[in-house]
Write a protein that binds this ligand. Structure first.
Ligand code: GLA
Length: 438
């Protein structure tokens, strides 16, 4: 059965955050909010940069989230404010929802969600609304604060229009509409934000979108540590370059195997088409692609297309000027990472113990965190900064936190000032929901 996000009655006297948000809303707009919409951030446990290739990923929602207090009116204006003063107020007519990709400011993510739902429901126009947004997810840190904002806005719009959409539809719509800001994400962040359930990570599979519980080992605790290097994926072309490289690799491999390459976009679709295992796909990558970056000329020559066709049909708007493409590295990463997700799930399901987990992760980059007591540690999210996630046995947690504090945060004044919101223990949180005051 298609489930919709829950509508939960909350006693505000016992909820300091919602009470404060309600007061801030009143202070700003001089009225009471009608409802609150909440969407969580996420940490991806394994399966990075493969969702946009069609492969399953394994994230969990975190307790940090975005909450919006909302009132609805017939003003035909959307008014946005944020409890964090650095995010400035914004107001726009419902008939002029344009999104500036060159300038990915906070309110444009909100407008992505509004527009996505409006288009999905084919609403010719919207009523007006006043929103006050409050977020606890550190921004640009790989914990998906931007997607949580898009999802929150999507949920706000659905509720403000008094419609009911399933979690799956909301997730798919919000994944699509985040592309209005320019990034070609794969849908993991929006899916877990809507489909998460407290106490469990989820294996998220695509096409069709579905989520399966993955019970995490008893006694395992996840620690998130933000390296405090921020990266807004819409503000640079790093992210889309990877997406485009995977797309070109798909086409080059398909062409080499005599397939109709022009209709294939994802490395996952290519595997389906060839009906072979991930291991066989890896062999194919070794055989058919070279490790040196590919130039535009080489790609165009192999595919028999012009540079104009490459730019128009294959590259994204912000990768039009890219000259070198790492096809071998991307394809190899995708097929091996897709296999690691399945391996992780199998180990967890069958006979999890910490030593088997150590085997899975011993080659990972975060060796220092392993030394500090983690059994597994990795960068989460898009990368180029952001957070590490470490799995730590409960009894080692205090010494682990202490070591990370001493070695990473304390020696640097800026990081040290950010430590409180940067280093925290988390457990799998619930998905997006509407709150109404009881
Ligand atoms: C970002 C994207 C996701 C996913 C990750 C990398 O968070 O939004 O879709 O591609 O990066 O795994």
């Amino acid at each position: 059965m298609a489930t919709v996000p829950p509508k939960i009655k909350v006693l505000f006297s016992g909820n300091e955050r919602l009470q404060k948000l309600k007061e801030a809303f009143h202070g700003k707009y001089g009225q009471e909010p009608l409802f609150f919409a909440c969407a969580p951030g996420r940490v991806n446990l394994i399966g990075e940069h493969i969702d946009y290739c069609g492969y399953a990923v394994l994230p969990m929602a975190i307790e940090q989230n975005i909450v919006a207090a909302v009132s609805v009116s017939d003003s035909k204006t959307i008014q946005l404010a944020n409890t964090e003063p650095k995010y400035k107020d914004f107001s726009v007519s419902v008939d002029g929802l344009s999104i500036d990709r060159e300038n990915p400011q906070w309110h444009y993510y909100f407008l992505c969600g509004v527009r996505g739902i409006q288009e999905h429901l084919s609403l010719s126009s919207l009523a007006g609304m006043c929103c006050m947004v409050d977020g606890t997810i550190p921004a640009s840190s790989g914990l998906s604060s931007s997607s949580a904002l898009v999802c929150c806005a999507g949920l706000v719009t659905m509720e403000a229009c008094q419609k009911a959409l399933s979690k799956v539809t909301l997730a798919e719509t919000c994944a699509k509409c985040e592309r209005y800001i320019g990034t070609e994400g794969g849908g993991m962040d929006q899916s877990i934000s809507f489909l998460a359930e407290e106490g469990t990570a989820k294996l998220i599979e695509f096409n069709p979108l579905r989520a399966t519980d993955v019970r995490l080992p008893d006694g395992a605790v996840f620690v998130i540590a933000n390296c405090c290097v921020e990266m807004n994926k819409a503000a640079s072309s790093h992210f889309n370059t990877r997406v485009v490289e995977c797309r070109i690799a798909t086409k080059m491999l398909a062409k080499a195997r005599g397939l109709d390459w022009s209709r294939l976009l994802k490395l996952g679709d290519l595997q389906k088409e060839l009906q072979v295992s991930l291991e066989q796909m890896l062999e194919l990558v070794e055989e058919l692609l070279h490790p040196e970056p590919y130039s535009r000329e080489e790609i165009c020559k192999t595919l028999g297309i012009s540079t104009e066709q490459l730019c128009e049909d294959i590259l994204s708007a912000n990768t039009q000027h890219a000259t070198d493409f790492k096809l071998y590295q991307r394809a190899r990463h995708v097929y091996s990472e897709a296999a690691r997700v399945l391996q992780f799930k199998a180990v967890i399901n069958m006979h999890f113990n910490f030593s088997s987990c150590t085997l899975l992760v011993k080659n990972l980059e975060q060796l220092r965190l392993l030394k500090a007591g983690a059994v597994g540690s990795r960068l989460t999210g898009a990368g180029w900064g952001g957070c590490t996630v470490s799995m730590v046995p409960g009894e080692r947690i205090d010494s682990f936190l202490q070591t990370v504090r001493e070695h990473y945060y304390a020696p640097d004044a800026r990081r040290s000032a950010l430590e409180k919101q940067s280093l925290f223990v988390t457990r799998p949180g619930g998905g997006a929901a509407i709150f109404i005051e009881e």
